[in-house]
Ligand binder design. Sequence first.
Ligand code: ZN
Length: 286
Amino acid sequence: MYGAIEAGGTKFVCSIGNDKLEIIKQLTIPTVSPEETMPQVVGFFKEFEKQLKAIAIGSFGPIDVTEDSETYGYITNTPKLKWRNYNFLGYLENHFPNVKTAWTTDVNASAYGEYSVREGINNLVYFTVGTGIGGGGVKNDEFIQGITHPEMGHVSVKKHIDDHFEGICPSHGECLEGLACGPAIEKRLGMSSKDVLATDPYWDIQAYYIAQSAYNATLFLSPEVIVYGGGVMKVEGLLDKVRDQFKKINNDYISLSPLEQYIVEPKLEDTSATIGCFAMAQALMK
Ligand code: ZN
């Protein structure tokens, strides 16, 4: 059996999976503080400790993913103060000394999940557009990372001519996340992105920003497919608008497969990160 921890900013989803990467048992725990949340995580997995081969974690960040770093396995300078400089992996390994562990970002875990269910794909980029915007990449079974994990949600984007919103990113103001994450939409329009009608002209502005992220990813990483997950991307017709805008921006500069196969929705819907963690845990055993 394998363990998966999708550690998000509002909730933790802990899951037990089998060799076929099917979810056998699952528990959702609110993300409060390490003192309140983590004992519940340990309690959930203790029941399966003898059968567990490996646990993989996909965590909100930023996190330290550099294996020879002294703070490897830590959540680092997150705005969630209770979790800042928290040794997540160390806590788990103390409680499960005989279980192997894998550690990455939540968006990387989702990328790995989508990668693991696409045969013949060796290079994939995954973006999530929700409370924040994040992006991760997998190439030949490995995450694309170096001094740290990518932060594709904070790229600079060209402002839409009809958009006069100042952006909400505390670090960059008008970066992609600052302009196009769920809370940015809510602040700009005065209502939750869930309540903005699919016919609202705002979605053309949103698509313009998302399309730029796809174009940047294309130029930098040459992925074979780009997957867009997260709550905001569920708006009907948004992905089509993104493809239309992408086509204009690309202007046939890079030749690509049909955009319906290149810019796509997740195959795993809301379980990308959990299945990705199972696949990472399984990969540890090879
Ligand atoms: Zn930013």
